[in-house]
Design a protein around this ligand. Structure first.
Ligand code: F6P
Length: 323
């Protein structure tokens, strides 16, 4: 292996730059040449390749977003698009790729391996924490802290006015952010996918709580289950209380990565280079219980039961603490 390409794909996540920096410098340390692929798979399809050296990644460790830019490529989902991507790989003599992204990006990389035998190693970088094979993905904990900071601010108005706030957080089908900000932000309830929630029960709780003197509520909604506007409307109708929906949106993806994510990204960037050098293909690097692990893409893109069980435990605790 002489030359590798690095790309970031899907939604950006804080810490992607730290992963790029680590992968570039570790690759150079191991005697490899490195090319950057701009705009994820879009850039791979359209041959948007840049030279990278140790200095190309100076002063990016603390920056959010991704210097390589990213995209959600419709064309890469087609075989024709992947064929063009393969042509770019050949044209630039790339012996392997490092793909920093989430499970959609890994599905794409797996197709590229199946169809054209392009070796790649995935680095989990997404605020959703929705891969199998790594306890945490790069950016997820920074996103939790960003959302929590916003929720703490909303709490100031929650405690000053008699209201119910319904706050929607990101995460697709994975309630990682919702469950953590629910517990850390002292929410009364969290609505999240894969559980049976009954809005009537919640409204009864609210009405009973009011009678006992409780004046305000914070309810977190994970985007994969409902949207804050609909939930707020139902609660308002059923309880007749004042309700405000808040959608935190893309602020959750921005900002400087926390130390945790910078360290995770630095480790995973290193592990990805080592994995390629050690002959792994078609797999993702991750860290489980603080140890480096390699998981085939096919497995990495499935749901992790351990995460589901932990979420359920944390949710139960949130409810106990909300009395
Ligand atoms: O996958 C990261 C994520 O931020 C999800 O939490 C969210 O559902 C989605 O991306 C939003 O995607 P886009 O930025 O394309 O609107």
């Amino acid at each position: 292996m002489k030359r590798i390409g690095i790309l970031t794909s899907g939604g950006d996540a804080p810490g992607m730059n730290a992963a790029i920096r680590s992968a570039v410098r570790c690759a150079i340390h191991s005697g490899l040449e490195v090319k950057g692929i701009m705009r994820g798979y879009e850039g791979l399809i359209h041959n948007e390749i840049i030279d990278m050296n140790a200095r190309s990644v100076s002063n990016i460790l603390s920056r959010g977003g991704t210097i390589l830019k990213t995209a959600r490529s419709e064309e890469f989902m087609t075989e024709g698009g992947r064929k063009k991507a393969f042509e770019t790989v050949k044209k630039n003599s790339l012996d392997g790729l490092i793909v920093i992204g989430g499970n959609g990006s890994f599905r794409g990389a797996h197709e590229l391996w199946k169809e054209f035998k392009v070796p790649s190693i995935g680095v989990p970088g997404t605020i959703d924490n929705d891969v199998f094979g790594s306890d945490y993905t790069i950016g997820a904990y920074t996103a939790v802290n960003t959302a929590l900071d916003a929720i703490d601010k909303i709490r100031d108005t929650v405690t000053s006015m008699e209201r119910i706030y319904v706050i929607e957080v990101m995460g697709r089908e994975e309630p990682f952010i919702a469950i953590r900000v629910g517990l850390a932000g002292g929410a009364e309830d969290v609505l999240f996918p894969y559980t049976e929630y009954n809005i009537d029960d919640m409204c009864d709780d609210i009405t009973a709580g009011r009678k006992k003197g409780k004046i305000s509520w914070i309810i977190i909604v994970s985007e994969g289950v409902a949207n804050a506007y609909d939930v707020a409307e139902i609660i308002k109708e059923k309880t007749q209380f004042s309700v405000r929906p808040v959608v935190l949106g893309h602020i959750q993806r921005g900002g400087s990565p926390e130390a945790f994510d910078r360290i995770l990204a630095s480790r995973l960037g290193h592990d990805a280079v080592q994995a390629l050098l050690n002959g792994y293909r078609d797999a993702m690097v991750g860290i489980i219980r603080d140890e480096s692990k390699i998981t085939p893409y096919e497995k990495a893109t499935t749901r992790d039961k351990r995460k589901v069980l932990l979420d359920e435990k944390l949710y139960k605790l949130t409810r106990i603490l909300a009395i």
